[in-house]
Design a protein around this ligand. Structure first.
Ligand code: GLU
Length: 359
């Protein structure tokens, strides 16, 4: 009897092993630990990669010293939010970002985002022209995956350097599924801003990036992104711009309006070969009577002139007293970015005007 019971037990154990292994073969493998999203960090230079000579130095330091790898190593907790990889695109102060660097950066981002394993991209950048690069990318990135620009106001050597926490926040947003489809974003100092509306408002203070009239997209609280608003303008996949076919961008200059403006800078821009000119006009894009003959000459030569405001905020209304297309509520530096791209697809002023309102 006990022999019989032993045999039954053995058969049951063998049956259980076989059934178990059969289940193990047919059921999908469950990862022991959830894989974190992969975020590519592209470094271009700026204060975030800068070094000074004392912990209090926050002007006059050397920008663009630390490499992409050094930036990532300065934030050990990145490993908790994403798998990150670093690449160096340039290592310059952002006053030295050229159209060539913009195109190289945009092409690389489109390549990366086309890879299924990449969840999002972060670009580290000098703060001075960060909004120009962000808006350029907002018009040419062909993906809904998040692209986030960040920088810092204090160099890496300063007390309470803001770079590491800004990198952590930017990577967190880029890794977040809730950030998809929101256009290119600017993340610094707990704030998530859109490339379209965010601008640098103070030359030296930490809280310099603001979205003056249109609000932030959201805020990071305890390193968790909370989104509040969305941009109504067309962006990324909704624009007709294709950087893959571009090796250069047309020359577009910005001319700043002021009292007693003689207008000869317009003549100089046209003589230099500008295909577009953005007028950073006074108030709501007003142009001095003294400048109008030169602006008229430029338009007659086929140069596309766009009126914007040196205030950097507010819409440009139609006004028959002045010459040029309406720059919507784009500040002059962003109107220049859009005009360069518009001129890669058309010379037709009506089409350019539509784009100025749509994007
Ligand atoms: N002028 C430098 C740049 O834009 C430093 C400014 C900054 O990053 O805050 O790269």
């Amino acid at each position: 009897m006990s022999q019989y019971r032993n045999v039954v037990c053995k058969l049951l154990v063998i049956g259980w092993i076989f059934t178990g292994s059969a289940i193990a073969q047919t059921e999908p493998q469950r990862p022991t630990q959830t894989l974190l999203p992969h975020v590519a960090v592209l470094a271009t230079g700026g204060t975030i990669a800068g070094t000074g000579t004392s912990e209090t130095q926050s002007t006059g330091y050397k920008p663009g010293v630390l490499t992409a790898d050094a930036l990532l190593k300065s934030v050990p907790s990145l490993g908790k939010v994403a798998q990150v990889s670093g690449e160096q695109v340039s290592n310059v102060g952002s006053e030295n970002i050229t159209n060539e660097i913009l195109l190289k950066l945009a092409k690389r981002i489109n390549q990366l985002l086309a890879q299924p394993d990449i969840a999002g991209v972060v670009v580290t950048h000098g703060t001075d022209t960060l909004e120009e690069t962000a808006y350029f990318l907002n018009l040419v990135v062909k993906s809904d995956k998040p692209v986030v620009l960040t920088g810092s106001m204090r160099p890496s050597t300063a007390i309470s350097a803001d770079g590491p926490s800004n990198i952590l926040q930017a990577v967190t947003v880029a890794a977040s599924p809730t950030a998809r489809g929101r256009g290119v974003m600017i993340v610094l100092n707990d704030r998530i801003g859109s490339a379209r509306y965010t601008t640098k408002t103070n030359a030296t203070t930490l809280d310099t990036f603001r979205s003056p009239d249109d609000g932030y997209l959201g805020t990071l609280i305890d390193n968790v992104p909370h989104f509040e608003t969305a941009v109504a303008k067309l962006q990324t996949t909704q624009t007709p711009f294709d950087v893959s076919k571009l090796d250069s961008l047309p020359e577009v200059d910005i001319i700043y309006g002021h009292q007693n403006d003689g207008g000869y800078l317009y003549d100089a821009a046209v003589a230099h070969g500008a295909r577009g000119i953005v007028v950073a006009g006074v108030g709501a894009g007003s142009e001095s009577l003294l400048t109008l003959p030169s602006i008229r000459k430029a338009v007659d030569k086929g140069v596309i002139v766009v009126r914007s405001s040196r205030i950097g905020n507010g819409y440009i209304p139609e006004d028959p007293a002045y010459i040029g297309l309406l720059g919507d509520n784009l500040n002059p530096q962003k109107a220049r970015i859009l005009l360069m791209l518009a001129l890669t697809v058309t010379n037709n002023p009506e089409r350019v005007q539509d784009m100025l309102h749509q994007f």
